[in-house]
Design a protein around this ligand. Structure first.
Ligand SMILES: *Cc1c(COP(=O)(O)O)cnc(C)c1O
Length: 429
């Protein structure tokens, strides 16, 4: 295959020209190979996505859109971007797809630029409740240039209460309502949000950054037909390169396109567009539906096994790829737990839990998920093993004996490496 040989020669060229960076790439490949990626926003791309992302499309400027560019030499790039957009439309069943946003945050900013004016009221889920910074959290531009009102989850259920959202929306009359988030373990009721948005005359934006792959694979309901605008990253459960897309009906196509370029961005990252096109092609195959179902099944096993071991889970469990652990009852914070787990080869991230009594830099939660392990081919048995390791490391940390913790971390790290050796990272040989 041409791709294989060209990516092989890229690696060789890197080693000759810059052995220092080549060594860092090799170190990171080794690190990813020997550890378990439990961070739910991360994944592994295929060798094909890596090859497309590392291609000569990085050499080309193409401000504008296919057929309407500001630079010459777009004969091939136009075909590439058209193909990526066609695949996005077909996969998600939408009339329009913009594949140019540099990442999820700029995609959301483009939505504000397209449909709101500075000072307008905008509504989203609060960051510590599971929302994203760009849904109007105060430290984000979206929380300072607009007037944010924020909803959360119920204390007793850990879930969004649509009656509460409706009441807030009726009172505040937002221009935009965002649904979706970064630490939401439950199914998002797009139809319920859409009814509220319609009632108050707001535009509903479904940010499916985390769950796009589940939606594409049929393992989570689709926002299409409910939300006015859908934004998503391409690098989480969708398994593409780092990038984003905005999906809409034809009536919003022009506003979205103008907001992305020239409103917010210059030239699109064509090498990323190439990787997105490949990932969308992969996600359209029947195997991807199987992958999405396994991601959800694996997360359920992980959640059940953790709950059986006495871990407290926000909302009591999961419907999707993500599990949010509240460590309060285990007597340790999320940050020291994540550190100890990382030393043991289990990559997680510390995270706030709803109504977290601790500080944002030292929160009570640990956020984990199944997408990356599922990409490596792992199943229920491995999920149970991972839960056992989490329990051992957190237990040793809570016990407070540094030498004993060190011994547990070392042993688990070895066991993790053994498991990893049986499940190579996709795209890395
Ligand atoms: C990850 C994420 C984003 C932002 O993506 P970046 O590519 O990191 O800018 C936006 N919204 C949600 C819900 C996300 O999970």
């Amino acid at each position: 295959m041409m791709f294989t040989s060209s990516s092989g020669s890229h690696t060789a060229a890197l080693a000759v020209t810059d052995p220092q960076v080549a060594a860092l790439v090799a170190d990171e490949e080794r690190r990813q190979g020997e550890t378990l990626k439990l961070i739910p926003s991360e994944n592994y791309v295929s060798a094909a996505v890596l090859a497309a992302t590392g291609s000569v499309f990085t050499n080309k400027y193409s401000e504008g859109y296919p057929g309407r560019r500001y630079y010459e030499g777009q004969q091939v790039v136009d075909r590439l971007e058209t193909l990526a957009a066609e695949r996005a439309r077909a996969l998600f069943g939408v009339e329009h797809a913009n594949v140019q946003p540099y990442s999820g945050s700029p995609a959301n900013l483009a939505v504000y630029l397209a449909f709101a004016s500075p000072g307008d009221t905008v509504m989203g889920m609060a960051l510590p409740m599971g929302g994203h910074l760009t849904h109007g959290w105060p430290v984000s531009a979206t929380g300072t240039w607009f007037r944010p009102v924020q909803y959360g989850v119920r204390r007793d259920t850990g879930r969004v209460d649509l009656d509460e959202v409706r009441e807030l929306a009726r009172r505040e009359r937002p221009r935009l309502i965002f649904c979706g988030g970064t630490a939401v373990p439950r199914t998002i009721d797009f139809a319920g949000f859409a009814a509220i948005a319609r009632e108050v005359g707001a535009l509903l934006v479904a940010d499916i950054a985390h769950i796009a792959g589940l939606v594409a694979g049929g393992a989570h309901p689709s926002p299409v037909g409910h939300a006015d605008v859908v934004t998503t990253t391409t690098h989480k459960t969708l398994r593409g390169p780092r990038g984003a897309m905005i999906l809409t009906g034809a009536e919003h196509a022009r506003a979205v396109d103008r907001a992305v370029f020239p409103g917010l961005q210059g030239g699109p990252h064509n090498h990323t567009t190439a990787g997105i096109a490949v990932a969308l092609g992969e996600a359209a195959r029947p195997e991807f539906g199987e992958y999405a179902r396994r991601v959800v099944a694996n997360a359920a096993v992980l959640a059940d096994e953790l709950a059986a071991r006495g871990f407290e889970l926000v909302s009591g469990g999961t419907d999707n790829h993500l599990v949010l652990i509240d460590l309060t009852s285990r007597g340790v914070g999320g940050k020291p737990a994540a550190r100890a787990l990382d030393a043991a080869g289990l990559e997680t991230n510390h995270n706030a839990v709803p109504f977290d009594p601790r500080k944002p830099f030292d929160p009570s939660g640990l956020r984990i998920g199944s997408p990356a392990l599922t990409s490596r081919g792992m199943g229920a048995a491995e999920m149970r093993q991972v839960a056992a390791w989490l329990d051992e490391v957190v237990g040793a940390l809570a016990a407070g004996d540094a030498a004993a913790l060190d011994a547990v971390v070392k042993r688990v790290r070895g066991e993790v490496a053994e498991l990893c050796a049986q499940y190579p990272v996709p795209g890395v040989h």
